[in-house]
Ligand binder design. Structure first.
Ligand code: FES
Length: 157
């Protein structure tokens, strides 16, 4: 079957092509500028330094105190036996923030009903692996929370 007329004009075709190219170019430029302006956005740190050490060390047993792990949630947690644990408060399934349920002594992810025990081990629901546990040290009155294996040296004053 032969069509005797065009469904779109040459002008419309060229305008669409040029518009699409311009849109792709401007989007790429804007993204590059945005990444230049905010280079750490979305990246996680290897360590954070927390002041007000007592606020974290003196929390009551079976409770938590949150802190900023880059743009994500970090949790300082004192177990019922008094042991202190620092962990990433982000579910290993799809990165929702978790909450601590003191009455059950477990961490709960409300997104898909995932559960973690006091050690951060995934025990129920879809999370495929445990929560990330951090190491922490006290140095010069500061609390340094770091990924496992990361050595942090504070600059000497
Ligand atoms: S994101 Fe936590 S269970 Fe799915």
């Amino acid at each position: 079957m032969k069509i005797n007329y065009s469904l779109i004009t040459r002008r419309t075709f060229l305008n669409t092509l040029l518009g699409g190219w311009l849109l792709a170019f401007l989007s790429g430029s804007f993204l590059a500028l945005f990444k230049f302006a905010f280079p750490t956005l979305g990246k996680e740190p290897d360590f954070v330094i927390l002041k007000n050490v007592d606020d974290y060390m003196n929390i009551p047993p079976n409770s938590i105190k949150p802190f900023a792990w880059g743009g994500k949630l970090g949790i300082f947690f004192k177990r019922a036996d008094g042991a202190l644990v620092a962990l990433k408060g982000v579910c290993s399934h799809m990165e929702c923030n978790i909450a601590y349920k003191p009455e059950e002594r477990k961490f709960y992810c409300p997104c898909h009903k995932g559960w973690f025990d006091e050690t951060g081990k995934n025990i129920k629901g879809p999370p495929p692996k445990p929560l990330e546990i951090f190491e922490y040290t006290l140095e010069e009155g500061k609390l340094i929370v770091a990924r496992k294996g990361v050595k942090v040296e504070l600059p000497k004053a």
